[in-house]
Write a protein of this length. Structure first.
Length: 349
């Protein structure tokens, strides 16, 4: 039983590490989907948390049951043989786009917070990712198991500082005017759809390798719960930041204002979370390419990074603002099918 709980925590860490990418860790994505809507954003976050727990667990249990080795096989089960071919090609482009956003986010951390050229952050991330990919699944587990608890800890520290600030309750209950306020209603669904749609590239092969249903189920529950805690804690911190929409890395600005003595460590944690998403995406893309040909890992990873790097040359904030909402709406099809498709009777517990 001890080993099962240990594996469940590892799955939870990979789940959180895959979802908490550049947009999530920096706070930019949370602002875009939730915090700019004030109190309505908090309601949306709570709904998102429930969906992360229920559907993340369901996705992984279903993948293990059908023994899907890649998101291509899982989508074939979900959509049917012919529609899945179109979806999988589109998923390939989405994952490349998101890998580019992650690389651009890593560059933004170096440029905006460390005063170094963006390319230094991008190429350091590519180099470190190559090292982890050489280790494989164990490397993915190890990096996430180290970084994710740090991210949760720092999110809670920031939240504790924020709730003690004057007028916190006023800010928490405040509902700002937004011309697109209607998006707060669909935000939980588009946000979770986006993240689960993209995370399946990592979660499907990981779940199939683990196989044990109890372990996978609790890995999904623990991971979804941790994501909910980080979302709420980050929201509580971000609503105390004036003009929160103008920053590329608003969480770093919050840390600099509230706990400057922890700022540099927090920047490293943000970078670590971006890094976990980069290696998660590349891991998923590499597994997918191996379904088409027996291409060596180093060659496929090199191709993935070359394409991702070229896309990442676009400004990070611009990429995030346009690509993520668009991907979210498109992933809604995946989300709806995952929601309505029942778990096989043999694992419905």
């Amino acid at each position: 039983m001890k080993r099962e709980w240990s594996q469940a925590f590892q799955i939870a860490a990979v789940y959180v590490g895959t979802v908490v990418g550049a947009g999530f860790a920096t706070g930019k994505e949370i602002v875009e989907f939730f915090s700019r809507f004030g109190f309505f954003g908090l309601i949306s976050i709570i709904m998102s948390g429930y969906l992360f727990i229920a559907l993340g667990s369901k996705l992984m249990r279903m993948a293990a049951h059908i023994n899907a080795k890649s998101y291509q096989e899982f989508n074939e089960y979900l959509f049917g043989k012919w529609p899945s071919r179109v979806i999988n090609i589109f998923m390939l482009f989405m994952l490349l786009g998101v890998s580019a956003v992650m690389l651009s986010g890593a560059g933004a951390v170096f440029e905006e917070q460390l005063g170094l050229p963006k390319t230094v952050g991008v190429f350091l991330t590519i180099f470190l990712s190559f090292l982890v990919m050489l280790v494989g699944t164990k490397g993915l587990f190890a990096v996430n198991t180290f970084v994710v608890p740090l991210m949760i800890t720092f999110s809670l520290i920031l939240m504790l500082f924020s709730v003690q600030m004057p007028h916190f309750i006023d800010q928490l209950l405040f509902i700002p005017h937004a011309d697109d306020g209607w998006k707060s209603v669909i935000a939980p669904f588009s946000y979770v759809a986006l993240n689960l749609g993209l995370s399946q590239a990592v979660l499907v092969p990981i779940a199939t390798e683990v196989k044990d249903d109890w372990t996978i189920k609790w890995g999904g529950i623990l991971g979804g719960s941790a994501l909910t805690i980080i979302l709420i804690a980050s929201h509580f911190s971000l609503i105390m930041l004036p003009s929160l929409e103008i920053y590329n890395i608003p969480m770093a600005i919050v840390m600099k204002n509230l706990a400057p003595f922890l700022f540099w460590i927090f920047v490293l944690v943000i970078y670590g979370e971006i890094f976990t998403s980069v290696i998660g995406n590349v891991f998923g893309l590499d597994r997918q390419l191996k379904q088409y040909s027996s291409i060596p890992t180093m060659l496929s990873v090199t191709l993935i990074f070359v394409v991702s790097y070229l896309i990442s040359l676009v400004n990070y904030g611009t990429l995030l603002s346009y690509l993520y909402p668009l991907f979210g709406y498109i992933c809604m099809i995946f989300f709806i099918l995952l929601w309505i498709k029942p778990l096989p009777t043999s694992i419905r517990k």
